[in-house]
Design a protein around this ligand. Structure first.
Ligand code: ADP
Ligand code: MG
Length: 220
């Protein structure tokens, strides 16, 4: 079974959304023919600049939902870190960065940098010095770069917390809070989580502006 067959489809076409042409072209190349349920419900809100809490199981297409949102919002000519995606693990961050790069293929020169633990700091610092539009990483390593003054998050316009419940389960609450303190107050925040325990509820209250809650119960 193909990935797309496994992912619940709605009938809504991406072309019904105000997406840049380069993104629509890439979706076509990727054979993403229609939106999944979480994409259909969250993307109009994301593209309108709203804060969104997305609750949906693994495999529902959350990465493209926020990936399209952040890429559509990006001002490519401004070579600053404009989006930050926090993930619980390096594996997930690598997958997310890969999907965002595929969605962004051929659109000017969008630079996506991953910052995760388990690899040496030196080359990461070197990459950071070359700049990036989008950072995808784990909270621990990102706070590490922040504490060394190697990472400027003052231009971030969009923050994504992916698998927020797992991030908290892994003990990243303090790191996430330290990162939040470095971000501008005015930004769009998207939070995705399979479950919605009370620490997540408390976090969304603190960091999000009148968020819309989008829930998709079943993938199949
Ligand atoms: P989640 O983060 O919700 O677990 P992913 O973003 O990893 O899900 O997506 C699951 C799979 O579905 C990926 O292989 C992805 O390429 C694919 N996918 C996502 N959106 C679509 C779509 N609209 N059409 C076809 N395949 C899609
Ligand atoms: Mg995911």
């Amino acid at each position: 079974m193909s990935q797309s067959a496994k992912t619940k489809q709605s009938n809504a076409a991406f072309s019904s959304l105000p997406l840049k042409k380069g993104l629509l072209d890439n979706l076509h190349t990727m054979n993403y023919q229609s939106m999944t349920s979480i994409q259909e419900q969250s993307l109009p809100l994301i593209l309108a600049g709203e804060d969104v809490i997305g609750q949906a199981k693994t495999g529902s297409g959350k990465t493209a939902a926020y990936g399209l949102g952040l890429l559509n919002k990006l001002d490519v000519k401004r070579f600053r870190i404009q989006s930050l995606v926090l993930c619980p693990t390096r594996e997930l961050a690598d997958q997310v960065a890969k999907e965002i790069r595929t969605l962004a293929r051929g659109i000017h020169n969008i630079k996506v940098l991953t910052l995760c633990g388990g690899v040496p700091m030196g080359p990461q610092i070197g990459s950071l010095e070359h700049g990036a539009h989008i950072i995808v990483g784990t909270p621990g390593r990102i706070t590490d770069h922040l504490s060394r003054n190697r990472l400027d998050l003052s231009n971030v316009e969009m923050l994504i917390l992916d698998e927020a419940d797992r991030m908290l389960e892994m003990g990243f609450q303090d790191a996430v809070e330290a990162i939040l303190a470095e971000l501008p107050f005015t930004k769009q925040t998207l939070l995705f989580s399979a479950t919605f325990p009370k620490q997540i509820k408390a976090m969304t209250k603190n960091i999000m502006h009148s968020p819309h809650h989008v829930t998709v119960k079943e993938v199949h």
